[in-house]
Design a protein around this ligand. Sequence first.
Ligand code: NAD
Ligand code: KPL
Length: 303
Amino acid sequence: MTWHILGAGSLGSLWAARLARAGLPVRLILRNRQRLEAYRQAGGLTLIEAGQAQRFAIPAELPQAHAPIHRLLLACKAYDAQQAVASIARRLAPGAELLLLQNGLGSQDAVARDLPAQRCLFVSSTEGAFRPADFQVVFAGQGQNWLGDPHDPQPPAWLSELQHAGITHQWSPDILARLWRKLALNCAINPLTVLYDCRNGELAGHSVEVASLCSELVALLQGCGQAAAAEHLHEDVLRVIHATAANYSSMHQDVAQGRRTELSYLLGYACAAARRQQLHLPQLEQLQQRLIKHLRERGLPLD
Ligand code: NAD
Ligand code: KPL
């Protein structure tokens, strides 16, 4: 079964290169002819791991190619997910499986709603990768990929292929709890690093603010039926701040590089969920307003 990869960015390339390295059939789907031509000029995807570069001449195609798709990794940003899937939707075989590798919440449900005849698996990843150049990816941080299906606790048989490819993963019967927990961690850390223009570790100096955000996030998770995801949240946030002290959060990196953030799928999603549950969470609301003001002042998209 061919692995189609839509979104040949950092994580998409990291998955594609490891699958190809294991001898599994992989095809990249690139946005347009220009990207396809640039990819051909590059001669393939280069994976840089532990300082060693290796190039993989993975075949690539356009969204409008004809072959049916049975398995697809969607590895674009949350705000691109629905449109990217729409570009290949008519090629999806009935019963095809999609792995939705997006941070935050909201985009996965939007994609799954559009595809009632396919199975959508949700993925939460703590691996780290970045692109030093087009079609090159640096594997920058070992981590874990949790996979799950909110509608079916049975793992698919092909998980062994990930094992074979050395893609660290675990099947999660409650993937929504994983995604909510990660969203809460991101809400407690990322916006503050943008507002204080600091590395994660410097949030240790804003402990009162972090603590009050965590208590509102706990109330939110509990109110949204995610009590398990709320357990020991504050301790976990402090652990992550400490463990990633030298790093800039992903949202900080996006803002520093003038890129759109995934705000609507992180803090924006949290605030909308709070309103739906009629929860009054003033710290979170205020954080969202401060962040929106910050983005507006820099001419960045507010969603
Ligand atoms: P990225 O921006 O590096 O890659 C996304 C790719 O998708 C880009 O190459 C873009 O051109 C492509 N794309 C977008 N729309 C497309 C379309 N319609 N057709 C074809 N290609 C399209 O993003 P990333 O860093 O790999 O992140 C993907 C997701 O994973 C995000 O939600 C991110 O938050 C999450 N994540 C990333 C990391 C990381 O270390 N990079 C870690 C954990 C989670
Ligand atoms: O996931 C993260 C990010 O930067 O997006 C961490 C490191 C957990 C900070 O929230």
